[in-house]
Design a protein around this ligand. Structure first.
Ligand code: PRP
Length: 209
């Protein structure tokens, strides 16, 4: 049985469609309801919907053999998994944003609010910039408005969240997209099956380019 962790939401739906096209369909997944696990015994595949930021945990620990996670999560938590393929979906970028007109004063410690503590630390360490990290779990855009921070480090997709909160991108520094990841031992022991999926998914990604 191949266990596949899919990120709940629109991205996960798209990814499931790719697996279906690869010949690993599981029609029950389309039935309405709150069920989280779906299995097709004949195809030897089991899908489960998990919170997007948890996919890498399932895969790293082997509860899932493969899964799909954003490059942001992989960069932030550096899970011990194989990154097999850039699916070219869920494209966005990691950026520093601030209130319009913000000018950085290098003499002062920069207050940075973010969910992505490790990414932000690495970004500023590379510049030798002194920062004070303020870890938040969401609605990061509020921080500079209430003067909790000078800047934020967050994901920007369309840019509308920043715009509607009178913030602007100060610096974009990491392109992000969804990646197919695999558990390391599973990649060895279920290699034939994984190669079959990888082959079909790669071809689908190429065809979309
Ligand atoms: C992300 C990010 C921004 C928003 C950016 O939030 O933290 O708030 O998307 O998208 P946009 O550029 O298209 O407006 P998400 O929806 O993941 O929720 P959360 O960070 O508040 O949990």
């Amino acid at each position: 049985m191949l266990n596949v962790a899919l990120p709940k939401g629109r991205l996960g739906e798209k990814v499931y469609a790719m697996f279906e096209k690869a010949g690993f369909e599981c029609p029950a997944i389309h039935e309405p309801g709150r069920k989280l696990i779906f299995e097709n015994e004949e195809k030897q595949v089991r899908y489960f919907w998990v919170k997007p930021s948890d996919v890498a945990i399932y895969v790293e620990r082997g509860a899932a053999d493969i899964g799909v996670a954003g490059k942001d999560i992989l960069a932030e938590y550096a899970p011990d998994v194989y990154e097999l393929l850039d699916l070219n979906l869920g494209k966005c970028r990691m950026a520093v944003a601030a209130k319009k007109g913000f000018r950085d004063n290098p003499e002062k410690t920069l207050r940075v609010a973010t969910k992505f503590t490790n990414i932000a630390k690495a970004h500023y360490a590379a510049q030798g910039r002194d920062i004070d990290i303020i870890h938040l779990n969401g609605s990061i855009e509020i921080a500079p408005i209430l003067d909790l921070s000078d800047v934020i480090v967050d994901i920007v997709e369309t840019g509308s969240t920043l715009k509607e909160n009178n913030l602007e991108v100060y610096e974009s520094f990491m392109p992000i997209s969804a990646r197919l990841i695999a558990n390391k031992p599973s990649f060895k022991f279920k290699n034939a099956l994984m190669q079959e999926i990888l082959g079909s998914l790669s071809a689908q990604v190429e065809a979309e380019k």
